[in-house]
Every structure is written in structure tokens, then in C-alpha cells.
Design a protein around this ligand. Structure first.
Ligand code: GLN
Length: 275
């Protein structure tokens, strides 16, 4: 059996199991096991076929491909992932683009609700800045530490709550980033089968999804220098509300769409409060 035939066989099985992008995932499985793209001409060994069948069987049960592989790519860097930590999403790369435009090797940034650490790690690698990453939950925190070491990134992991700014008494950041939990109660009920494997603590943002944004901006504003940026990922219908919350907390704010044109990030600059 060659690579292309194997990919077609996997895709057919995934499609039958109602996996959302069967061809794409089949290609990823071939690439992971054979280190070859299915469009290249190569024969599958018996050992590779065994590995492919095992992955496909597990995937059909609904476990996300990223957890099965145990790693996933974000902004060109490799991150360990598994149950207990949110899988890095491509749309989150928008936050790194903002860091690239605004930070350099003299900057210090903070990432809240850090999970795998994909945001601060990619930001330090791309800009040379120093980063601090805050994560509350044990499993996610151990992935954060592993990923910092794996990428040899200048990131300090801090175990703590994003809603408690006590850790950084006296520190002034140039930027604060966060991809907090922001799904609504209704969205949690309608979660895709795969997303149900991811931690609820990384997804659920209260009944209207805005619980974190209501506190983050006022809480962390004093830790941000004047003119410093605060950038957060938001759900596709939350842009206007989050922008308003940020403005109320003393920032000028704008909504930035992702590549599909969906409002995905709200980015603000700390302004002097007028009294
Ligand atoms: N983007 C994720 C999803 O749609 C949610 C991530 C989050 O809540 N920060 O499943």
C-alpha cells in the first residue's frame, strides 16, 4: 500500500465516523507516522500501517488528533498537549502578530490563563521579549513548564490565578495578553465532540462568556505602563462588548478580525484616566 492509498483509507474511516475534516486529518496522520506527505510517492511499511490503524481507531472514538499525537504546532513552534490543557488554535496566532508589531527585546509581557504557553513562548521567540506566564491548573501548568523547556524560551511560569494580581507587586509590563475562557453556557451545551475532551476550565466563561473580561482589564491595568497594550482573544460575537469593557477600564480599544474576517482579538492601549 502506498501513502496516497493509506490516506484515502483513513479518510474514508474518519468520514464514516463524522470527523469534521477527514482528508486533512488523514494527511496529518500519514505525515506524523511516515514523516512523508501523502502526495509523495512512497510505500507504507507494516509497522507504519499498524501505527496508522491504532491512531485512526482512537480518533474514531472522538479523541482529538492533537491529544493522540501528544503535540501540536503553533506559530511554527512545537507544543506538548494532552488532556487537561487547551489545544493551541490557529486563530490565537493573531495575538502573536500583535506582539511582533509592538514588542522587542527590551519589552516585558505577561500572559494570563496561559495553558500550553503557546502565546508567551511564541512571543518571546519572535520578538526577544521577556515573558511571564500565569496558569492556575496543575495539569496545564506542567505542560506550560515542559513547553518552555522544550522551546528554550525566556518565559517564567507562575502558578496562580489570572484574577489575582498579587504575584507581580511592583512590576510594570509593556503588554498583557490573554486567551481566557470565553464560551457561553449555551455554547458549552453544544460543544463539538472533540472539544468535550478539553478542560471546561479553559473554555467556560460564565453564562454570557464575559466573566473574565469583566475583571481582567481593571485588575491588571495598574500593572501596565501608560501606552502599554492589553490584547485578548474573544468569541465571535463578543468583540463589541469586550471593547466596551476595555474602554470603561481606561483603554483605547479596537477590534481585530482574524483571517476569515471574524472579530477575534480586542486590543487596547492604556490611557491616562481622566478624572
Ligand atoms: N476557541 C475555543 C473554542 O472555540 C475557545 C477558547 C477559549 O474559550 N478561550 O473552542
Amino acid at each position: 500500500m502506498n501513502g496516497r492509498q493509506a490516506a484515502a483509507e483513513i479518510a474514508a474511516k474518519l468520514k464514516e465516523a463524522q470527523v469534521f475534516s477527514p482528508e486533512y486529518e488523514a494527511g496529518e496522520i500519514i505525515l506524523e507516522v511516515c514523516k512523508n506527505h501523502p502526495l509523495q510517492v512512497f510505500e507504507i511499511t507494516a509497522e507504519q500501517k499498524k501505527a496508522i490503524d491504532a491512531i485512526t481507531a482512537e480518533r474514531i472514538k472522538g479523541r482529538p488528533l492533537q491529544y493522540i499525537f501528544g503535540k501540536w504546532e503553533f506559530y511554527g513552534y512545537e507544543f506538548f498537549v494532552g488532556e487537561g490543557v487547551l489545544i493551541p488554535r490557529p486563530e490565537t496566532e493573531l495575538l502573536v502578530d500583535i506582539a511582533v508589531k509592538n514588542l522587542d527585546k527590551n519589552s516585558v509581557m505577561l500572559d494570563l490563563c496561559s495553558g500550553t504557553g503557546c502565546i508567551p513562548i511564541a512571543c518571546t521567540k519572535e520578538t526577544g521579549c521577556k515573558a511571564y506566564a500565569v496558569e492556575l491548573y496543575d495539569k496545564a501548568f506542567s505542560y506550560l513548564e515542559k513547553n518552555i523547556a522544550h522551546n528554550k524560551a525566556d518565559v517564567t511560569a507562575v502558578k496562580g490565578d489570572a484574577l489575582d494580581n498579587g504575584h507581580f507587586e511592583g512590576v510594570v509590563f509593556d503588554a498583557v495578553f490573554s486567551n481566557p475562557p470565553y464560551l457561553t453556557g449555551k455554547e458549552m451545551e453544544e460543544l463539538q465532540r472533540e472539544v468535550r475532551h478539553e478542560p471546561e476550565t479553559a473554555l467556560y466563561g460564565g453564562e454570557d462568556g464575559l466573566d473574565f473580561y469583566r475583571q481582567l482589564f481593571t485588575l491588571w491595568r495598574p500593572r501596565l505602563r501608560n501606552g502599554g497594550i492589553f490584547a485578548v482573544e474573544v468569541g465571535d460575537k463578543q468583540g463589541e462588548q469586550v471593547k466596551a469593557l476595555m474602554e470603561k477600564a481606561g483603554f483605547t480599544a479596537e477590534i481585530i478580525p482574524d483571517l476569515q474576517g471574524i472579530p477575534r482579538v480586542v486590543c487596547g492601549r492604556r490611557t491616562e484616566m481622566r478624572i
